[in-house]
Design a protein around this ligand. Sequence first.
Ligand code: SAM
Length: 213
Amino acid sequence: MTETLPDGVQRREFDGADRLATRGEPVYGEPTDGEWRAWNPDRSKLGAMLELGMDTGLEGGDDETVLYLGAASGTTVSHVADFAGPTYAVEFAARPVRDLLEAAESRPRLFPLLKDARKPETYAHVVESDVDAIVQDVATRGQARVALENRQFLAEDGRLLLAVKARSEDVTKDPGEVFGEVREELEAGYEILESQRLEEYHADHLGIVARPR
Ligand code: SAM
């Protein structure tokens, strides 16, 4: 398998184990080696997508802009801000945003936004248009709708990197059925390039790479 990792993401050894890593201050008690910090795929859907060899299209570097929806306390988005340029981190719960602000202290390109991802008009004046990637991990009903409503921010050749949590849509339904419905709804605004179950790291989650239509 040829791995396509963004610049600024490396495979390194931590305690004898081969792990993905980025350079930055630790955020969630992850192992470090000098300035490198391990990226735990069990704690991060994007980390799992990279571990599984999905082609995210992320290149890394100061010019790459990212809109991250569902940032929580910053576990994953801190790694993104370690390797990418301006990274806008949307999270609507006040409590995790406190930790997110802490993660942003040493990361001048990470911009926490206490906003609801279902209301993109409330942050449209802050987020630059034509971002290179939208990373979405919002554990809420209507995940396809959130992706469609935020498509306006994405560059024509940008990528949506979406983690779908089946149980957030309907706990009673078979995850495969939920994933089928989400994919169908997404097709209204996106072309799906790749999808993979993240089972090895996250139960009942599907990783999707898509581009805007
Ligand atoms: N992406 C995070 C990470 O890997 O570090 C974990 C995200 S957690 C699974 C889902 C987050 O989405 C929660 O913090 C929740 O508050 C947030 N969320 C759910 N609905 C949201 C919405 N409409 N707008 C913004 N955030 C939302």
